[in-house]
Write a protein that binds this ligand. Structure first.
Ligand code: LLP
Length: 441
């Protein structure tokens, strides 16, 4: 909970999000439900955009990394806020197009884009495609040739900086499945390859060093290294990059081990990156490139919470207490996948003293189906409403129908009003594509 005041506790002792009582939301929409505060999403988009406008003369764009949370409404918000988006699949592209998002402001990523996805991108006039392999450059060139169009592209490079949450490393060569290493000449070779393609217009480079990063140094280091690379390519081949996409990765608060992030903290990341880019441009007498940043998690992560209803409670004397909720790894697989730590509270008893430490378990048939561990709560009862915080990023977007559970709906709260942005899945939705061949009947 921070200065952005997405979350508050009201006089009833209930948790509020975006000015709306979460107990009321649970009553009206049922649980489990993802709830997003629109003001928070917009504030985050604006803070990044303001940095580019104010610190870099508007010479760049914010591309919301929509893998964090993709649905038509979030693209509609991005469009209104006049920012760009990053997509990574035909499905995300389709969603954005259906939402009326302007295709010229789309950046398309992916280490193995399928031929039909490249065709869909070109047919929909996606602004920029980030190339990740020689083969992809060949395919895209042919797709464009067949259509008589020229496509703007970037090359994804690895400058040799990798950040993993609380640590970052400088490596000569990365072992990532993404991009071309600078150090072994692969990035330079790919540059020559793309420049030789008649239907590809190479605008510059992209790099992304990791996700949920709090330090500034790895971003600055990466910006410096990419600028060094741009200058060296210019002196060796004459090609001067016009665009530098520095990726995303800025961290958010999930639990008490994380810093509480203020809006100004996010401006500081950009300030440092922009200062580094400007200094390098001056040092090498090259143009300051058009700057693209791609935050995902930090735009939607803290804007979202998930509401659940407490069901079974199991105490194993002297060992552990499980509080089971009506969701689980099908709506939030991040503990199961990464042992991510979440904060949770009882939304209907938010002012009560926490007296016990519990493990929040999901309802899936799997021991690893845990949502949060070592959570301090008042003594929970069946029927309590539980709120898990900072679930706006990589929860809905990574949800599944495991155990044929329905993916929860999402609602958007603005000025104390809530409405669906993703309707609830029904059992019928779940069986919609099932087919029983006649011989099995
Ligand atoms: N740009 C590129 C090319 C990326 O690969 C990513 C994230 C982003 C931008 C956005 O990064 P962000 O600002 O959201 O950190 N499923 C994982 C996160 C995977 C991130 C992958 N790429 C999780 O739940 O933590």
């Amino acid at each position: 909970m921070n200065e952005r005041d997405t979350l508050k506790i009201n006089r009833l002792g209930h948790l509020e999000i975006g000015g709306m009582d979460t107990v009321e939301i649970a009553g009206k929409f049922g649980t489990p439900v993802y709830v997003f505060d629109e003001a928070h999403i917009r504030n985050m988009m604006r803070v990044y955009k303001a940095c580019i406008d104010n610190l870099y003369g508007g010479n760049g764009t914010v591309a919301y990394a929509s893998k964090a949370f993709s649905c038509k409404a979030v693209y509609a918000i991005a469009k209104q806020e006049k920012i760009s988006i990053d997509i990574v699949s035909g499905g995300e592209l389709y969603t954005a197009v259906k939402a009326g998002f302007p295709a010229e402001n789309i950046y398309m990523h992916g280490n193995n884009k399928l031929v039909h996805e490249l065709e869909e991108a070109v047919d929909n006039k996606v602004g920029t495609i980030i190339l990740d392999s020689f083969r992809e450059a060949d395919i895209l060139n042919s797709v464009c040739k067949a259509r008589g169009t020229v496509q703007n592209v970037l090359i994804r490079i690895n400058p040799g900086v990798e950040a993993h949450t609380h640590a970052f490393v400088q490596t000569a060569r990365t072992d990532s499945k993404f991009g071309f290493s600078v150090s072994d000449g692969a990035a330079e070779e790919m540059t020559a390859h793309v420049l030789s393609k008649e239907f590809l217009n190479l605008k510059g480079y992209h790099c992304h060093i990791g996700s949920q990063i709090f330090e500034k140094e790895p971003f600055v280091l990466a910006a410096n290294k990419v600028m060094d690379f741009i200058a060296s390519i210019k002196s060796r081949s004459g090609f001067e990059a016009q665009t530098l996409n520095i990726g995303g990765g800025f961290g958010i608060w999930y639990n008490d081990e994380d810093p509480e992030m203020k809006l100004s903290d996010y401006s500081e990341y950009l300030d440092c990156i922009i200062t580094a880019i400007k200094a390098k441009a001056k040092q090498y007498s090259i143009n300051e490139p058009y700057l693209v940043i791609e935050p995902g998690r930090s735009i939607v992560g803290e804007a979202g919470i998930t509401l659940y209803t407490v069901g079974a409670i199991k105490e194993i004397a002297g060992i552990k207490k499980y509080v089971a909720i009506d969701g689980g790894m099908f709506d939030n697989p991040r503990y199961a996948l990464y042992q991510s730590k979440y904060s949770a509270l009882l939304a209907n008893r938010a002012k009560e003293e926490c007296t016990e430490k519990v493990t929040v378990a999901g309802k899936c048939c799997e021991s690893g189906d845990i949502i949060a561990v070592d959570v301090q709560l008042p003594k929970a009862k069946s029927g309590d409403i539980m709120a898990v915080l900072s679930t706006g990023a990589y929860n809905y977007s990574m949800a599944s129908n495991y155990n044929r559970n329905a993916v929860p709906p999402a609602i958007l709260v603005k000025d104390g009003q809530a409405e669906y942005i993703i309707k609830p899945q029904t059992y019928e939705d779940i069986v919609r594509n099932d087919v029983v061949p006649d011989r099995l009947k």
